[in-house]
Design a protein around this ligand. Structure first.
Ligand code: NDP
Length: 242
């Protein structure tokens, strides 16, 4: 009997992460679903995933908290190794650099980049023992082009791109593929305060994207058709950056 593959998704209680969790569950994965504080939405997702006949393990922890990451993942990794790890958890703390507080810098860098380091090293070590796996980080067009008011966020996302390209080189010989999905403007709570009337004219497709348009690319990158793709940054941005 072959084992059901597991996908571990960080920041999956809502938005893009929740869409990834639902799509992968529908595609036959059991889900390890991390989030920070949204217990109600996470519980409701678990019920939806279980209704599909898949297992869903809720993991409420701060991805930037080393002790919490270790306490949550170590016991699970003793029992099973995920086929896929998607680091999606993210926050913004926008502001121009001269006015940016140290906490805004630290929170953003720690969530995106240190979170990837903390979880990625545990999971990649476990994947190495299986000689298979797929790792995907969700970056952002801001990390590719830069964005005024997002020195912290763009630095974190550009850092993720560099980290993933390096990790792709480290793990390729062991049949573990590492890629980046880099969304533009996607309709979630994260962009609810942005002036879309000013931004949309810059998007060739002239609309925001949907969470399903991101989760579909993640599903593709986990599938057999993507077996020769590693170290790549796949933009899902309506043409905002080419
Ligand atoms: P949302 O704000 O809708 O959701 C963010 C998710 O991350 C939530 O599940 C949240 O958990 C979780 N999270 C935040 N901080 C932590 C933490 N410290 N530890 C664990 N979980 C955490 O964001 P989106 O869905 O819009 O964004 C998802 C990813 O996509 C992010 O990395 C973001 O930077 C990226 N992205 C989004 C774009 C967009 O236009 N929406 C564009 C480009 C990139 P909880 O609910 O418990 O707080």
């Amino acid at each position: 009997m072959t084992q059901t593959p597991i996908a571990f998704i960080s920041g999956a209680s809502r938005g893009i992460g929740a869409a990834i969790a639902l799509r992968l569950a529908a595609g036959g994965y059991d889900i390890w679903l991390n989030y920070h504080a949204s217990h109600g939405p996470a519980q409701s997702l678990r019920e939806q995933i279980e209704a599909m006949g898949r297992r869903c393990t809720l993991l409420s922890f701060d991805v930037a908290d080393e002790a919490a990451v270790t306490a949550a993942l170590d016991p699970l990794l003793d029992q099973a190794v995920p086929y896929a790890f998607i680091h999606n958890a993210g926050i913004t703390r926008d502001g121009l650099l001269p006015m940016m507080g140290r906490d805004s810098w630290d929170q953003v860098l720690n969530t995106h980049l240190t979170g990837f380091f903390l979880m990625g090293r545990l999971i990649s070590k476990a994947m190495l023992s299986k000689r298979q796996g797929r790792i995907i980080a969700i970056a952002s067009v801001s990390g590719e082009t830069g964005q005024a008011g997002q020195v912290n966020y763009a630095a974190a996302k550009a850092g993720l791109i560099g980290a993933c390209k390096s990790l792709a080189r480290e793990l390729a010989r062991r049949n573990i593929l590492v890629n980046v999905v880099s969304p533009g403007l996607i309709a979630t709570e994260m962009i609810k305060d942005l002036p879309l009337d000013k931004i949309l004219p810059l998007v060739p497709l002239n609309r925001v994207g949907t969470v399903d348009e991101v989760s579909g690319v993640v599903e593709f990158l986990l599938g057999p058709a993507a077996g020769y793709i590693t170290g790549q940054v796949i933009g899902v941005n309506g043409g905002l950056y080419m």
